[in-house]
Ligand binder design. Structure first.
Ligand SMILES: [Zn+2]
Length: 444
């Protein structure tokens, strides 16, 4: 790390010390009014993080530059092995949770492979709170994407694939745990770490694992990022749908009337699906992918679509799914010569339930906002998000889950993804303090 890179961190530290000495709490109206001074142990963890800031940044670079696109099974296997070693070194008992592959409704009859997940536990805390920490190992960047490296600018800006979503969050978790361990605070606790490998495709494989672990814990902490220094208090529900239309191939010139165009039928279906969008109710339908046919001069025999659904209330999501099945139940086109065609198959699920506001989560967010003013990068407030996380799954089965404890970032899922050194260090301190408080509290 060069001097220029340290500048934003020192600025953060200076700010924290000014805040501490004048007893000011920066935050919005949702932040607690009183100043929360740090205990001696908490201050020692803050110092530990400061002393290790170079190593933490190097570790982030290592993690970002290991490609873990969801389909890169080898890359995810190597990354999981690294995390496994780090958690073992912290005293966790680890186990590899095997993933099953699954079929996808499409013309190509794809089969999706998912890398195995990692579960790590320390269960020595008796009646203390059972804390589930979660992060996803996968990113949206495939192994042949051009965006693979972490670039550290003199300004302290970090650019890299998954730097905020969420390699940064994983590095925050690991170093927060190490800070606790350095003070003996990782003994007599009940902590479980789940690293899953398929969050970016909607946790289609890991959902049952998340749900079963959620049922065994008292609080969930997820290290997805903040945006504009705002934590997320609630989230829309997400769904996804696939349509596959089978028609009949035929020569486009010599025997056009012998064909049944799957693309034409799919086009009708997509118009009907997109008409389900209703901005007044914040319900949206997006046909992100559509494919049909293979050759210009052949009536297409197969066409498929992959569709994204967003809804603010679970009833809206359930309604969307039944509307999609209804739309798929009858064809809009026909060829009397082939009365059984086209056929339409549909698959639709709500893979991330709506995440409603929750008093336990709101209280922890308030605590995070107050504490963040003491450790270098103040969180300004909260927001409602149209995006889902694994916290939506965990909270839907009853586990209060705070899911925006990672780095502040922007440009996620694009080659513009970035965060800052300041955020990496500040959020590691915040995570260590909050984790120590949660792990050493009594179970509710
Ligand atoms: Zn993420």
């Amino acid at each position: 790390m060069n001097q220029a890179m340290l500048r934003p961190m020192f600025a953060g530290l200076l700010f924290a010390s000014i805040v501490a000495s004048f007893g000011i709490v920066i935050g919005d109206s949702q932040a607690q009014e009183q100043t929360q001074a740090l205990s001696e142990a908490e201050q020692q963890m803050v110092d530990w993080v400061d002393q290790r800031s170079d190593a933490i940044l190097s570790e982030l670079k290592q993690h970002v530059e290991m490609n873990t696109g969801t389909a890169n099974i080898g890359g995810l296997d190597r990354y999981r092995d690294l995390l496994d070693q780090e958690l073992k070194a912290l005293g966790f008992a680890t186990r590899r949770h095997q993933s099953d592959s699954f079929d996808v409704l499409s013309c190509a009859a794809e089969r999706v492979q998912i890398a195995d997940h990692l579960v790590a536990e320390i269960k020595t805390g008796g009646d203390k709170k059972r804390v589930l920490l979660n992060g996803h190992m996968d990113t949206v960047f495939s192994k042949d994407d051009e965006f693979q490296a972490l670039t550290i600018l003199d300004s302290g800006v970090l650019k890299g694939p998954g730097v905020a979503d969420m390699k940064g969050g994983i590095v925050v978790m690991l170093n927060a745990l190490r800070a606790l361990k350095s003070l003996g605070l990782l003994e007599q606790v009940n902590a479980t770490v789940l690293f899953n490998s398929d969050e970016e495709i909607g946790s289609l494989g890991s959902r049952p694992l998340i749900e079963s672990l959620a049922a065994e814990h008292d609080i969930g902490l997820i290290y997805e990022g903040t945006y504009n220094q705002l934590m997320t208090h609630s989230r829309k529900g997400l769904g996804q749908a696939r349509l596959k239309v089978t028609g009949r191939e035929s020569h486009a010139g010599g025997a056009h009337e012998q064909g049944v165009s799957a693309s034409l039928e799919l086009a009708h279906k997509i118009v009907a699906l997109e008409e389900l969008t209703d901005y007044s109710r914040q319900v949206t339908v997006n046909t992100g992918v559509m494919r049909g046919g293979e050759k210009r001069n052949t009536v297409p025999g197969c066409a498929d679509a992959y569709v994204d659904l967003r809804f603010p209330a679970q009833a809206d999501g359930d309604q969307l799914i039944s509307d999609i099945k209804e739309i798929a139940s009858k064809a809009a086109t026909a060829n009397p010569k082939f009365p059984d065609l086209p056929t339409i198959e549909a698959w639709a699920i709500s893979h991330r339930p709506v995440k409603a506001r929750n008093d336990v989560v709101d209280a922890l967010i308030d605590e995070a906002i107050s504490l963040s003013a003491l450790v270098g990068e103040p969180i300004k407030g909260t927001r409602f998000s149209g995006g889902g996380t694994d916290g939506s799954i965990a909270q839907a089965v009853g586990l209060a889950t705070v899911d925006s404890l990672g780095l502040d970032g922007k440009g996620a899922h694009s080659s513009r993804e970035e965060s800052t050194v300041e955020s990496l260090i500040a959020r590691t301190k915040l995570a260590a303090i909050m984790l120590a408080r949660q792990l050493h509290a009594d179970a509710p």
